[in-house]
Design a protein around this ligand. Structure first.
Ligand code: ADP
Ligand code: MG
Length: 247
C-alpha cells in the first residue's frame, strides 16, 4: 500500500473577492513525482503557498505526515521536511554560491541556534556535492547575483536539497532555463527522487517535461481541480484541452 505523504482536502483560498483556489483536493504519495498544471492564473502557485504556510487558507485541510499544516508557520513546515522553490528565484544575490548553500543547511535536527554556529566540515562537503550535482561546481565562489536566471534556478534547487527535504515543491523549475539544459535538469530531478528519496510535487508549464516526469498529473483551471490522472489520460482529457484552448 502506498503511503500518502501530503493530503490536501477541500482547500479554498480567496484574495479579496476572488477564489484563487476553490475546494481543491489532491494527494501526493511518498516517493512519487506528482505534477500540477493549469493555465496562467489558475491557482497553482497559490496552492503551493497554502501548503507551505505562506498565507492562511479559508477552508479545507492540509495533512502532511500526520501534521495539520494550516496551523503551522513556514519555518515549522520546513523543519518537518517540506520545502519549496519559487517561480521567481529566491537566492541571495550578494553572497557567493557556497554561502547561499550554507545558509540553507537544515535546522530541523537542531534549532535556530545552529545558524549562529560555523558550518561543519560535513555541511561544507554537502554544499559542494550538491553544487556539483546541479552542475554549478565551477561557480561555487561567484556571487549568486552574477549567475544567469537559469543558473539561479539550479542554485535554488541545490539550496532546497541542502534542507534534506522529504517533500520538495518545485514551482516551474524549467522556466527561464536554456532549452539545452532542460534535459539535464529533468535528469537531476529524477535522480533527487531516486537517489535521495525526495518526493516531488512539481508545477510545470512545459507539457513535454511533465509527461516525462510525473506519474500523476493534477490540473487546475479557474482555481478548481478539473482533472487528475496519469499523463496519457490527462493529455487526452477533453476538459483539460478545453481549459487550455478555451481560456
Ligand atoms: P498560477 O500560479 O496558476 O499562474 P496564481 O496562484 O499565481 O496562479 O494566481 C491565481 C490567482 O490568484 C490569480 O488571479 C492571481 O492574480 C491571484 N493572486 C495570487 N496571489 C495573490 C496575492 N498575493 N494577492 C492577490 N491576488 C493574488
Ligand atoms: Mg504560478
Amino acid at each position: 500500500m502506498t503511503e500518502i505523504l501530503l493530503d490536501v482536502k477541500g482547500v479554498s483560498k480567496r484574495f479579496g473577492g476572488i477564489y484563487a483556489n476553490q475546494d481543491v483536493s489532491l494527494q501526493v504519495p511518498r516517493g512519487a513525482i506528482i505534477g500540477l498544471i493549469g493555465p496562467n492564473g489558475s491557482g497553482k502557485s497559490t496552492l503551493f503557498g497554502s501548503i507551505c504556510g505562506y498565507h492562511p487558507i479559508d477552508a479545507g485541510s492540509i495533512m502532511y505526515e500526520g501534521h495539520e499544516l494550516k496551523h503551522l508557520r513556514t519555518g515549522e513546515i520546513a523543519r518537518l521536511g517540506l520545502v519549496r522553490t519559487f517561480q521567481q528565484t529566491h537566492v541571495y544575490d550578494e553572497m557567493d554560491c557556497v554561502k547561499n548553500m550554507l545558509i540553507s543547511r537544515p535546522m530541523r535536527k537542531g534549532d535556530i541556534r545552529t545558524l549562529l554556529h560555523e558550518p561543519t566540515a560535513a555541511d561544507r562537503e554537502r554544499a559542494d556535492e550538491l553544487l556539483e550535482f546541479v552542475g554549478l561546481a565551477s561557480k561555487r565562489d561567484l556571487l549568486a547575483g552574477s549567475l544567469s536566471f537559469g543558473q539561479q534556478k539550479l542554485l535554488e534547487f541545490a539550496m532546497a536539497l541542502m534542507n534534506e527535504p522529504d517533500l520538495l515543491l518545485l514551482d516551474e523549475p524549467t522556466a527561464g532555463i536554456n532549452p539545452t539544459l532542460i534535459n539535464g535538469l529533468i535528469d537531476r530531478l529524477r535522480q533527487a527522487n531516486e537517489r535521495f528519496g525526495v518526493t516531488l510535487f512539481v508545477i510545470e508549464h512545459n507539457m513535454r517535461v511533465m509527461m516525462n516526469l510525473a506519474s500523476q498529473i493534477n490540473v487546475l483551471a479557474g482555481g478548481r481541480l478539473i482533472a487528475s490522472g496519469p499523463p496519457k489520460e490527462i493529455q487526452n482529457d477533453p476538459r483539460v484541452i478545453e481549459a487550455y484552448l478555451g481560456g
